[in-house]
Design a protein around this ligand. Structure first.
Ligand code: NAP
Length: 256
């Protein structure tokens, strides 16, 4: 049942920011938070409070879900590379006529001593690798690995939360692990495996930056995949604090 005096907030999650937002809103009077996860990770880190799992069935399904559950506002706090979900949220919120905020942590910035090679896509990253090194540390997630299959002259160390599925690169070692990581740990890993080049998405945030510092220290090139664009015209926040301030303004507007 939906209390008419309550603001129902749908948080599209799967990120540290989404969990922190759910925690920040947990005890707010007049606010009910429902966090949504895609259901891909076998043992996800769960936010506090109510959680639902699984896709909605595209923008039409999400619109229906918003309406059936009396959602008053949507926060898209998905990962910067979850482009389909972000596009779907923009379309569905527009159709349902509810405010939408994109909560997206800033991207990483190159610093002195970094040797980063910005690239527009995973495919472009794969194409660039033979010219950069033969021993590759892949940190782009298990579902990206098929893009690197076929690069038979290269050796890959791929780190992921869950085991990857074929097609996979022929010379592949998988390391099942979940951040945050330390610079010391990343240095050991890269040295032990004689890594020559690192591949990452521009995920941003602090959970997985250690590899970038380690690569800098070892003088290794890092192929950085650029983020997909966010839908135009949607307000955006970079921090949980900005998001809660925006929600306060929305709640004030809806009450008034
Ligand atoms: P995606 O390609 O943008 O989404 C594919 C489909 O998965 C969406 O169309 C939607 O299905 C469903 N989906 C995605 N996120 C959802 C959510 N939070 N709640 C309910 N359904 C969701 O997304 P993805 O890149 O596969 O990411 C999936 C999840 O993993 C997201 O929650 C994201 O925050 C998290 N994650 C992604 C990455 C990454 O590198 N992509 C990294 C860390 C965490 P329907 O169309 O059926 O609604």
């Amino acid at each position: 049942m939906t209390d008419p005096g309550t603001l129902n907030v749908l948080v599209l999650g799967g990120t540290d920011e989404a969990r922190r937002l759910a925690a920040a809103l947990a005890d707010r009077p007049g606010t009910r938070v429902i966090s949504s996860l895609a259901g891909r990770v076998r043992d996800p880190r769960l936010p506090v409070g109510e959680v639902r799992e699984g896709g909605f069935g595209g923008p039409a399904g999400l619109r229906a879900w918003i309406e059936e559950n009396g959602i008053g506002v949507v926060v898209d706090a998905t990962h910067p590379f979850a482009a389909r979900m972000t596009a779907s949220a923009a379309e569905a919120a527009g159709l349902a006529g509810v405010p939408l905020l994109i909560l997206r942590r800033p991207g990483w910035r190159q610093g002195p001593g970094d040797d980063w090679r910005w690239t527009p896509s995973l495919e472009a990253a794969a194409e660039s690798l033979p010219g950069l090194g033969r021993r590759v540390f892949l940190t782009t997630g298990r579902r990206s690995l098929p893009v690197f299959a076929g690069l038979d002259d290269l050796w890959f160390l791929a780190r992921s939360v869950d085991p990857p599925q074929p097609p996979l690169p022929r010379n592949l070692q998988v390391l099942l692990s979940r951040g945050p990581f330390t610079v010391e740990g990343e240095l050991d890993l890269m040295r032990d495996n004689r890594v020559e080049v690192v591949v990452t998405k521009d995920s941003g945030g602090r959970m997985t930056t250690a590899k970038l510092f380690a690569a800098r220290e070892l003088g290794l090139p890092v192929v950085v995949v650029r983020r997909p664009a966010v839908p135009g015209g949607v307000p955006a926040a970079e921090t949980v604090e900005q998001a809660t301030a925006w929600l306060d303004a929305v709640a004030g507007g809806q009450a008034g």
